[in-house]
Design a binder for this molecule. Structure first.
Ligand code: ZN
Length: 264
């Protein structure tokens, strides 16, 4: 990954997307105004932080990465597999729709989602000119949200999996993410024997590797160009929020992607 810093805001970007000039960012928690436990660049609006703090953090974040706050399109992330396709920024008067994948062909739209352990999946189709962002926690991963995204953009935009350039962003790693027996059993039920590969027994519980599971879904769907951030949220609390490590009392960091202006 490449690391960037401007006016106290630090963000990372994928080498594969940078090579194509795709505007995108995984924005760390540094440089905002929120106090503990949301310190400091919290972009989540439903975790108890003051709306005025979140608003100022949002302003700083978009200013640092050079996008207009008014260009934002975001969704209400519900750990499902609904994909939303938009031609325009979200009207701030209308609440975000439920959806865990958001896509656009309009370079004036800045797709934005927030995270604290779940996997941000950034998607770019340089052929059909599509930008996309997917949210994959264990629930979304169980229902193969990454594969659903690939097949839905094929229907919607005619995208071919082999053309897609994908980045899996900072999230909780397979050494840190402990889950219960019920999660393990759900995967075996839906994935069959293939599910085994992503779990390691840990006492009465299991460690789940969301990075490998999502990469598997993408490869099964035909995606070849995949970059993993290798950055674990739970192990790097100076940069990222971790819902699990901070026991729910934490903020949300943003993942952002758009299309180059000349892609119009
Ligand atoms: Zn970890």
């Amino acid at each position: 990954m490449n690391c960037h810093e401007r006016e106290g805001i630090r963000w990372y970007s994928f080498e594969n997307l940078d090579r194509l000039g795709v505007p995108h960012a995984l924005v760390t928690r540094r440089g905002g105004v929120s106090p503990s436990p949301h310190a400091s660049l919290n972009l989540g609006s439903t975790n108890g932080d003051k709306p005025a703090n979140v608003e100022e953090n949002r302003r700083r974040m978009y200013a640092a990465i050079g996008r207009e706050p008014g260009s934002k399109f975001n969704s209400w992330q519900v750990h499902g597999t609904t994909m939303l396709f938009t031609d325009a920024p979200r009207d701030p008067q209308i609440p975000p729709q439920p959806g865990d994948g958001i896509f656009t062909q309009n370079p004036e739209v800045t797709l934005t989602m927030v995270f604290a352990d779940c996997v941000p999946i950034l998607i770019h189709d340089p052929v059909q000119k599509v930008a996309g962002l997917v949210h994959a926690g264990w629930g979304g991963t169980l229902h193969q949200v990454a594969s659903v995204a690939v097949s839905r953009i094929a229907e919607q935009y005619g995208s071919h999996a082999r053309d897609l350039v994908v980045g899996l962003g900072p999230s909780i790693c397979g050494k840190c993410y402990e889950v219960g027996q019920e999660v393990y059993e759900s995967f075996l039920r839906l994935w069959g024997d293939a599910g085994q590969a992503f779990f390691k027994p840990q006492g009465q519980r299991y460690l789940l590797d969301l990075w490998a599971a999502n990469e598997y879904c993408l490869r099964q769907a035909g995606v070849e160009q995949i970059e993993q951030s290798g950055l674990c949220t739970a192990e790097n609390l100076d940069d990222w929020y971790s819902y699990r490590k901070e026991r729910g009392a934490t903020g949300r960091f943003a993942a952002v992607i758009a299309l180059k202006g000349d892609d119009a």
